[in-house]
Design a protein around this ligand. Structure first.
Ligand code: OOG
Ligand code: NI
Length: 456
């Protein structure tokens, strides 16, 4: 079919439109973007090596585009349709995240591009949670919530038509793509009018603030967008100066020479005015709700299962040793425990690679001289091949729970027993989620095969 707009371009149109919408809805997000560009520019001018690597990997363009967002859905049907919507933009479900462990009654996946080229063009992804009403013990409340959710329609008829059209034709032409972006954007916009009365809101909120956030609104408002920074500690330190209230600590691994996985921090959700349904017909009753915040991320190298196991063990020990209070007490103790514990995690690229802790992409350097018959390690040590860390493109359940909690207030510290329900999630999704480790492994193996073919 001719004249289709490439899915990568539709994704870029969509992420730009989303960013503009969010900036208009949440002005503090604009301040965050400014702070992050400031910090990134500073880091690049102070660190020529890093700047060179960003250029070499074609990441300078990607840096300014990079964002993730998050939404929370209420029903399996919504999840199944959102999968089709994201597929139009070449975004696919990767990974399964069970947040019940941390007292948040949702499970989730991330919709993201998979191919290296697509990630390079625009890595925009959306962390997508599905509410788990099965974790609410109060049966009557559970049924009430389900009945409210059953009444809402989060996709416009035109949006559904365009999704079907894209599925049938294998893509969208430019004009349809523009229309699709607008229609899709509507699904994620803010509705200041609640679908329920303040009484219902309060009861749902008492069960869990997240339930109220999902059930009481007409749609799954985007609850944050996240630019990528090259120095998250600098951003955290300067948030107050930019008028934001940061969460107590940066989630994830500590600051290191070689960043691993993902570090995240956020500014806290703002209180926003909303109107509740009043019992007397069309009237609304004024109230407030806080849902929408801003977040920053710094991404590092993807870890192998061996590296991830070590990460999880070290982090667990830190969290057992120091618990941060709801008001941020013990944040300093937490940070120093984190730095101490992670001394055990090798912090140079060579060790990470040789000990099989992280994934690398191997690239021929074009160095002259024969490399015939050499093995991979020899190719690297002779300078024929360079090993580049593969960036982690996914999320971390413990960090995600920390982000959720810092924005729900301290009332949310309940614990559900760990009840991973991956197959129920996939059934709702009407697809299986891709295994992120298999994707990193394939990227590494493909690059090795390519280097071996290129030996001269
Ligand atoms: C999602 C929180 C998870 C992240 O970056 O880990 C997340 C949410 O609050 O809905 O976005
Ligand atoms: Ni996030």
């Amino acid at each position: 079919m001719t004249d289709m707009l490439p899915a990568d371009e539709i994704r870029t149109l969509f992420s730009r439109a989303m960013s503009n919408m969010y900036r208009a809805e949440v002005p503090q997000y604009g301040a965050l973007i400014e702070l992050v560009s400031d910090v990134n520019a500073q880091i690049r001018s102070d660190n020529a090596g890093l700047d060179r690597r960003l250029h070499a990997n074609g990441e300078t363009e990607r840096l300014s585009l990079e964002r993730h967002g998050a939404i929370r859905l209420g029903t399996p049907e919504e999840l199944a349709t959102i999968r089709r919507l994201f597929r139009v933009m070449d975004m696919h479900p990767v990974g399964y995240y069970d947040l019940s462990v941390a007292g948040v009654p949702v499970h989730a996946t991330a919709f993201r591009p998979i191919e290296l080229e697509a990630l390079r063009r625009n890595p925009f992804r959306v962390f997508t949670s599905l509410l788990r009403l099965d974790l609410i013990p109060d049966v009557a409340l559970r049924e009430e919530a389900a009945a409210i959710l059953a009444r809402r329609k989060i996709f416009s008829p035109r949006c559904l038509e365009l999704i079907e059209h894209a599925e049938r034709e294998g893509g969208l032409q430019a004009a349809s793509a523009q229309a699709f972006v607008l229609e899709a954007l509507n699904t994620f916009c803010w509705h200041s009018e609640s679908m329920v009365s303040s009484g219902t809101y309060k009861r749902l909120r008492a069960a869990h603030p997240l339930i109220a956030d999902v059930v009481c609104f007409k749609g799954p408002h985007i609850n944050h967008l996240t630019p990528r920074t090259l120095d998250i500690d600098a951003v955290q330190d300067r948030m107050v100066e930019f008028g934001m209230s940061p969460k107590a600590v940066v989630e994830g691994p500590p600051r290191r020479n070689v960043p691993i996985l993902l570090r995240q921090t956020s500014f806290k959700a703002l209180e926003e005015k909303i109107g509740f349904r009043s019992t007397s017909d069309d009237d609304t009753e004024a109230g407030v709700h806080s849902a929408r915040f801003g977040e920053v991320e710094q991404r590092g190298v993807a870890l192998t299962p061996k590296g991830r196991l070590l990460y999880d063990q070290l982090l667990r020990r830190v969290r057992e040793a120091v618990q941060i209070g709801a008001d941020g007490t013990h944040a300093d103790a937490y940070q120093s425990a984190l730095a101490d514990r992670f001394q055990e995690f090798p912090d140079d690229e060579d060790s990470l690679r040789k000990e099989g802790l992280a994934f690398f992409r191997y690239v021929p350097t074009g160095k002259a001289g024969s490399s015939e018959g050499l093995g991979l390690d020899e190719l690297v040590s002779n300078g024929h091949v360079r090993a580049e860390p593969i960036t982690y493109e996914d999320f971390l359940p413990v960090s995600a729970a920390g982000i959720f909690q810092s924005n729900l207030g301290d009332e949310s510290q309940q614990n559900y027993a760990e009840r991973s329900a991956k197959s129920a999630f996939e059934q709702a999704l009407n697809a299986i989620v891709a295994d992120e480790i298999a994707l990193y492994r394939a990227a590494e193996e493909d690059s090795i095969a390519e280097c071996m073919r290129n030996r001269a």
